[in-house]
Design a binder for this molecule. Structure first.
Ligand code: A3P
Length: 296
């Protein structure tokens, strides 16, 4: 069913076994040939893991906590989304990057194995943010309801099954978090958790600051923590995606800044679904020691 005034949803197409928005797949050769500068920074996430939050923290850190400087443009223009390409109204990552000079901050949702080789060859810094599977899934479900560039999510239970099978945009959550985790030491990836950011945002902002080689005053750090609280970001038009027309992101269905909480999965999973999910999770994550938390 198509919402009134909305556009046609884009199908997914496989790139090396990973389902991606068809336009990304069709433009794959130029995306994978992109070569960053060694000074460029990559923020990599599975969709809905806390990308925008981390982007805003990084931009504020790089601008010494200057809120006005970070309102110079919507987040999608300040930090290009590497693989995104038209027709979605989010500007094409490659086009934006051509116009910007390094050092640049770049966003991607690509799984580790699809990240253009140039990032590793040039030893770029990479920040990866992971979020526990259940909350990540809930957030993605609501996003796919309102985001008309992605396939129709269908009913909750159907979406749950698609997520477990990796049949959603950018593929398997399980492979995504494992791929970066396994490479984090070798590639000097800063691997962060959404739950840690919720628990102690200041500690995680400082961690990012040190990784970027910056040393800001206590006041500035505190200001950045405040400016990147869920409450403030929800009302900040440069980060809350209200700059995307509502025939693409229909925020009356579900707002982009939805809840920003830990544990919302308990409001969605039935006990039976939770048990099934946990059993499957144990299989898919067997032998991994990634310290995910579904509650704090
Ligand atoms: P919910 O849908 O659970 O609310 P991304 O930026 O990767 O698309 O992730 C979006 C998710 O991060 C949404 O989760 C959104 O509300 C949450 N989020 C965005 N900014 C946040 C912040 N400052 N603090 C906590 N959560 C935030």
């Amino acid at each position: 069913r198509r919402a009134q005034g909305s556009m046609e949803r884009f199908p997914l197409k496989n790139v090396n076994g990973v389902p991606l928005m068809c336009y990304i797949a069709d433009n794959w050769d130029s995306i994978s040939a992109f070569c960053p500068d060694p000074s460029d920074l990559l923020i990599a996430t599975y969709p809905k893991a806390g990308t925008t939050w981390t982007q805003e923290i990084v931009d504020l850190l790089l601008n010494n906590g200057d809120a006005e400087a970070c309102k110079r443009a919507p987040i999608v223009e300040r930090i290009p989304f590497l693989e995104i390409c038209s027709p979605p109204p989010i500007p094409s990552g490659l086009d934006l990057l051509k116009k910007m000079s390094p050092p640049r901050v770049i966003k991607t949702h690509l799984p580790f194995q699809l990240v253009p080789e140039g990032f590793w060859k040039n030893k770029c810094k990479v920040i990866y943010v992971a979020r526990n599977a259940k909350d990540n899934l809930v957030s993605y479900y609501h996003f796919d309801r309102m985001n008309f560039t992605q396939p129709e999510p269908g009913p909750w239970e159907e979406y749950l099954n698609k997520f477990m099978k990796g049949e959603v945009g950018w593929g398997s959550w399980y492979d995504h978090v494992k791929g970066y985790w396994r490479e984090r030491e070798k590639r000097n990836i800063l691997y962060l958790f959404y739950e840690d950011m919720k628990e102690n945002p200041r500690r995680e902002v400082e961690r990012i600051m040190r990784y970027l080689g910056l040393s800001l005053s206590d006041d500035v750090i505190e200001r950045i923590v405040q400016l990147t609280s869920f409450k403030i970001m929800k009302d900040n038009p440069m980060v809350n995606y209200t700059f995307i027309p509502d025939f693409v992101f229909d925020q009356s269905i579900s707002p982009f800044m939805r809840k920003g909480q830990l544990g919302d999965w308990t409001n969605h999973f039935t006990p039976a679904q939770s048990q099934l999910f946990d059993e499957d999770y144990a299989r898919q994550m067997k032998g991994e020691d990634i310290p995910f938390r579904t509650n704090i």
